[in-house]
Design a protein around this ligand. Sequence first.
Ligand code: CP
Ligand code: NVA
Length: 309
Amino acid sequence: MSSPKHFLDIADLDTATLSSILSSARAMKDRRKGLPKGLREAGEPLKGRMLALIFERPSTRTRVSFEVGMRQLGGETLVLTANDMQLGRGETIADTARVLSRYVDAIMIRAARHSNLTELAAAASVPVINGLTDLTHPCQVMADVMTLEEHAGPLKDLTVSWVGDGNNVAASWIQAVGMLGGRLRIAAPAELAPAPGVMDWARARGADVRLTTSPEEAVRGADCVITDAWVSMHDTDAASRHNLLQPYQVNARLMRHAKPDARFMHCLPAHRGEEVTDEVMDSASSLVFDEAENRLHIQKSILLHCLGA
Ligand code: CP
Ligand code: NVA
């Protein structure tokens, strides 16, 4: 039996496949312009397919965009909260994967630990999709790349600046630039720099990814400035993160170091007044709600890729 087509991380796919997922998402988005959100795609390519969504952490965008996307493709979803499953009482991830594989055609998991995702994928006989772990958030960054390219052209020609915590979203951005091209400038305090593993991977690929502790230096000449929460869902050291990240707030003063038409992105949820000011979030250059919308389009494309439809 051939192994299922998982979507675990951007670096696991080849560049041609990533590009084709992006272009199919763009085409589906274009075709739906002005149509009701509940309308199904012509031909209902995932009719009869069932997607399980496992949440070990809370979610607004990931849950709603997967549920709506699957319905638009003609399929159905089941939302499972880890604490309400036997998983929460110690049933192994591997056994859960084997059982769910008998009921559903694909599984999306928002996992508390990256190893939960990889264990699930190793034991599942159906495709598994990463809906965020402590280490990466590939669906988000695929939506981010789609959004930035809509507004600023091909990623390979752009300079993207990441300011703040070198977290899960930053790691997927490093992978995206490694696979798709472009320049990534990361400003993070030394204590919160991206994990050495992903930086080594980028270096070995010859990706144009640079790390500094200076937000001004990272933002200089950028086409887009990106940030994220100072305290992610899995973090426990909130007070020290607030102290370390205070100088990394994205505000109008910092944006002045970027190109005059530089865009701003944030995966949301945002903590206004912390990592970003209202002024930047609500400015004409902010793409945050386009990013949220594009989660829907890109994940439909990822589902079609994984389910071979
Ligand atoms: N950006 C994102 O993944 O949002 P949720 O946590 O609401 O799913
Ligand atoms: N870095 C954030 C992203 C939330 C979508 C977190 O992991 O909480």
